[in-house]
Design a binder for this molecule. Structure first.
Ligand code: C2E
Ligand code: MG
Ligand code: MG
Length: 421
């Protein structure tokens, strides 16, 4: 690429911040990262990857006055130093110009390659008054830009530091808790609509009994991103299957277990095999295990996800689409993937008695799903009126606080015993 390396770059950064200190103006540090370079490398090969990098450098350089503060810091990470800055607007203008260069495809040897770019910006001395700190801030901002759905450019803000630290803490704690198996698995009853008889349970992971407590909505995404979901997901599946085997042996032979599966697990490629092996070694039939996937999972990498789900389904596992009615609720996805059950999102239960249209929607959706022969589970049933409505609509199974919150295996066992005739 002909760019300077990290060592030279840090030297330039030191010199420029020092002279800015004397001049009383600002230095902007831009951290740039290609969005799907790994995918490009994996699918088109490294030779094409190299050509892509060269083209990327050409396009960024075209937006800069000089290449002096332009460096490649890692595989697909670049940084740009802009000196003599007097307002964030100046930086915005340049960052926007750079990002615009990546809106269309890159033409590499006649092939169109799509490669987005995310930019994080940190300002000296406003955000950090020391080069290393500045680099860290730009990195944090870049990370935010990657997460964001709307903007590819993100300016550093102080609160990001706190969030970043919180995520790092959660990740470290997870690592530690995983090593000494301290996570807990809770179970929430799923009941038959008419009789309220418990027919299944959903396994829900819980943070160890420590403070501060974190919730799955926060730590699962961090586990996915750091790939800790692989060991965590295996532990969850193994624990849940062993628990189910024990319930089957102690008088509840028809109970089923619902497991939440993250797309990262399916894309990783080894989870499917692991599950099949695990069930093979246990006394539990695959048909007693349902795998819950969300719609975003089906959006990820259609072919890979579809083939993994098909393998699992062919092996007898049930597949349920979780949180239906919350996101896109695409019928196309329902039809294309081997899904046999649909879980209606908790939000579908809200306001069904005060809002006529919401109720019509629940009715219509249920009717459609019944016509298509999906097993239907309503989530988040909290009140008797909701239960009664679900029953009238012919929704087969219900789950929610009305029938029980997620509870420990022992509590669940006691609950099952109490319900025995
Ligand atoms: P989900 O799979 O849709 O799970 C249902 C969530 O709704 C659970 O939250 C449950 O505690 C909560 N819930 C159940 N009934 C009611 C109700 O009547 N009212 C209200 N307000 N809430 C109810 P939880 O356990 O905090 O889990 C949140 C999400 O985190 C789950 O949504 C799931 O997507 C994910 N998650 C939880 N455990 C696991 C896991 O073991 N693996 C994976 N990959 N994801 C998990
Ligand atoms: Mg679920
Ligand atoms: Mg759900």
């Amino acid at each position: 690429t002909g760019l300077s390396n990290r060592f030279h770059f840090e030297e330039v950064l030191r010199v420029m911040t020092a002279s800015s200190r004397r001049a009383g103006d600002s230095v902007a540090l831009l951290a740039l990262d290609l969005d799907n370079f790994k995918h490009v490398n994996d699918t088109l090969g490294h030779a094409v990857g190299d050509l892509v990098l060269q083209e990327v450098v050409r396009r960024i350089a075209a937006c800069l006055r000089s290449n002096e503060g332009f460096a490649r810091l890692g595989g697909d990470e670049f940084a740009v130093i802009l000196g003599g800055i007097h307002s964030p607007a100046e930086v915005s203008a340049i960052a926007n110009r750079i990002v615009e260069q990546f809106q269309g495809p890159l033409l590499i040897g006649g092939t169109e390659v799509f490669c987005g770019l995310s930019v994080g910006v940190a300002l000296f001395p406003a955000d950090a008054d020391e080069p290393h700190e500045l680099l860290k801030c730009a990195d944090i901002a870049m990370y935010r830009a990657k997460q964001g759905e709307h903007s590819k450019i993100c300016f550093y803000e102080d609160r990001y530091q706190a969030e970043f630290k919180r995520r790092a803490t959660i990740k470290n704690e997870m690592n530690r808790f995983l090593k000494d198996s301290q996570f807990r698995l809770f179970y929430q009853p799923i009941v038959e609509a008419g009789s309220a008889r418990i027919v299944g349970v959903e396994a829900l992971v819980r943070w160890p009994d420590r403070s501060p407590v974190y919730y799955p909505d926060e730590f699962i995404p961090i586990a996915e991103e750091s790939r800790l979901i692989d060991p965590l997901g295996r532990w969850i599946a193994r624990t849940a299957v062993q628990q189910l085997a024990s319930w089957h042996q102690s008088g509840f032979p028809s109970l089923y277990m619902s497991l939440n599966i993250s797309p990262v697990q399916l894309l990783g490629g080894e989870f499917t095999e692991f599950l099949i092996r695990e069930l093979g070694e246990s006394a539990v039939e695959t048909s007693a295990v349902t795998l819950e996937v969300t719609e975003t999972t089906l959006f990820k990498d259609d072919n890979k996800i579809q083939s993994e789900l098909t393998t699992l389904s062919n092996n007898g596992f049930g597949v349920a689409l979780d949180d239906f009615g919350m996101g896109f609720s695409s019928i196309a996805h329902l039809m294309r993937h081997p899904v046999n059950a649909v879980k209606l999102d908790r939000s579908m239960q809200m306001d069904v008695f005060s809002d006529h249209r919401r109720r019509q929607m629940l009715e219509g959706l249920t009717l459609m799903l019944q016509k298509l022969d999906f097993q239907i589970v309503a989530e988040g049933v909290e009140f008797e009126e909701q239960r009664a409505l679900c029953e009238v609509l012919g929704i087969h199974r219900l789950q929610g606080y009305l029938f029980g919150k997620p509870m420990s295996a022992d509590e669940m066992t006691a609950r099952l015993r109490r319900a025995m005739p």
